[in-house]
Design a protein around this ligand. Structure first.
Ligand code: ITT
Length: 198
């Protein structure tokens, strides 16, 4: 029988990527959409790591099942590291991904190219006995128009170093070969396998 792992996310883009990354394991990945009455989680940490553990701890406490979480974001060097941990709500509460992308493009219009940036993902695992954390990063450049319709978030304006396509112009499988999230969760998977948790 498959073991169960809850992914403490409401983000379906992340969920699809992580389900595919764990497809070779005998594990069923659930998300907060599989449970009723999950309260809104206040991500008031000061780092990706703190926010990832806030999400994982909350959901582990509610479900009692081994839980993973991802806190991630876009770090833009010409913007002094913004939006960073505030990436989801960069353009304000209830903003869309398009609002966020437009705000970044506007902020960068005052700067010379290239607009260097990186994605960061902090992947964590929590159960009664373990607390594990792994980080993955993906470097690249931001462009000032939207290209592609796959993925989510800042994918349409992010071109990874060495590529000429945005992350929204490649398939989920392609994105999972190199992304910040793939690197973080592949490391986490390795740790879980070594410790015989998965
Ligand atoms: P959960 O907290 O429910 O997991 P969220 O979208 O609120 O979902 P975060 O707080 O970690 O997640 O914010 C991450 C934001 O960073 C996300 O909403 C995107 O705007 C951006 N982001 C992270 N990973 C990304 C990726 O692979 N591609 C594009 N944008 C990404």
């Amino acid at each position: 029988m498959k073991s169960k792992l809850v992914f403490a996310t409401g983000n379906l883009g992340k969920l699809n990527e992580v389900k595919e990354l764990f497809a070779d394991k005998n594990v069923q990945i659930l998300s907060i959409h599989d449970f009723d009455g999950i309260p809104e989680i206040i991500e008031n940490g000061e780092t990706f790591s703190e926010n990832a553990f806030i999400k994982a701890d909350t959901i582990f406490e509610i479900t009692g099942l081994p839980t993973i979480a991802d806190d991630s974001g876009l770090v833009v060097f010409q913007l002094n590291g913004e939006p960073g941990i505030y990436s989801a709500r960069y353009a304000g509460e209830n903003c869309t991904y398009e609002d966020n992308n437009r705000k970044i493009i506007a902020a960068l219009s005052n700067f010379d190219k290239p607009h260097l940036a990186k994605f960061v993902s902090c992947a964590v695992y929590v159960d009664k006995l373990h607390r594990i954390e792994c980080i993955g990063e993906l470097e690249g450049e931001l462009i000032s128009e939207f290209r592609g319709s796959n993925g989510f978030g800042y994918d349409p304006i992010f071109v990874p170093s060495g590529s000429n396509k945005t992350l929204a112009e490649v398939s989920l499988l392609e994105k999972n070969k190199e992304s910040h999230r793939a690197k973080a969760f592949n490391k986490l998977k390795l740790e879980l396998t070594k410790k015989e948790i998965l």
